[in-house]
Design a protein around this ligand. Structure first.
Ligand code: NAD
Length: 255
């Protein structure tokens, strides 16, 4: 077993499904003590899988877009795990594909609250604790939709572009602290969020069309994003800071 994160205290939000679950499992498999946070009780299944594999994790059920809940998950990590080394702000919602002129203000507010204010709150509350450790990392899940709109609904794309800006600002503001802040921009990944797209493609016998615009000719797996998150959290990424890294099979470079 690799021990890249042995003794490290790591919070992952959106850990009840998809990319967050794969990442929580990946961090724990490499020795981390993980706070697996999600608003869904599916997070208990993530913890069960980690423990069954011999790892250490605690479930935190709460809202990654609520300041009180983010402050509480940071407090739990500090009290039960002695501090925080890594925060992976991954929780997000798609908000659907409603066209710009049909979007409501309520939809914009909810997507921005979870997808953009959530990562801001993670940085605001976790960064001071990570700084106390002398080094560490914050990772946020953005999207290829944040690099160029079109891969999601209007508030989704704007929220993810905001996340890319946020990590640049945070990296600057944490200058000299040895805490790195980066974003991952996944392409199309098969998770709870994209299940309707995959289910429909399977139903109509066109699953092979899912990756037709991708140079890899396929969609991605949650574990392929998790591996990037683990890399960015590790010392191997010691000089990568303030970046938005596409993990999309080449999609964003080809269209
Ligand atoms: P998913 O739906 O499988 O998982 C998202 C998890 O986040 C769910 O367990 C959900 O309960 C949780 N969540 C949602 N809102 C929350 C909140 N307010 N507080 C706490 N938990 C909350 O989807 P996923 O694809 O794994 O999504 C993870 C991240 O990846 C999201 O930020 C998403 O925007 C991003 N992303 C996904 C894709 C893709 O193709 N799947 C592509 C680009 C970016």
């Amino acid at each position: 077993m690799s021990t890249r994160f042995s003794g490290k205290s790591i919070i992952v939000t959106g850990a009840g499904s998809g990319i967050g679950r794969a990442s929580a499992i990946g961090f724990a498999a490499e020795g981390a003590q993980v706070i697996a946070a999600d608003r869904s009780d599916a997070v208990h299944e993530t913890v069960r899988r980690i423990e069954a594999a011999g790892g250490t994790a605690r479930a935190f059920q709460g809202d990654a877009g609520s300041e009180a809940d983010v402050a509480a998950m940071v407090k739990v990590a500090c009290e039960l795990q002695g501090g925080i080394d890594v925060f992976y702000a991954n929780a997000g919602i798609s908000g659907g594909l409603t066209g710009l002129f049909d979007c409501t203000v309520e939809l914009w507010e909810e997507v921005l609250r979870i997808n953009l204010i959530g990562p801001f709150l993670a940085i605001k509350h976790a960064a001071p604790k990570i700084v106390e450790r002398g080094k560490g990392a914050i990772i946020c899940t953005a999207s290829v939709a944040g690099l160029r709109s079109g891969a999601g609904g209007p508030p989704y794309s704007a929220s993810k572009a905001g996340v890319i800006s946020l990590v640049q600002t945070a990296a600057q503001q944490l200058s000299g602290s040895n805490v790195r802040v980066n974003a991952i921009c996944p392409g199309l990944i098969e998770t709870g969020m994209t299940r309707p797209v995959y289910d429909h493609a399977r139903e109509v016998g066109k699953i092979d069309r899912i990756g037709r615009l991708n140079p890899m000719r396929r969609g991605g797996e949650p574990e392929e994003i998790a591996r990037a998150a683990l890399f960015l959290a590790s010392d191997e990424a010691s000089y990568i800071n303030g970046q938005a890294i596409a993990v999309d099979g080449g999609l964003s470079s080809s269209h």
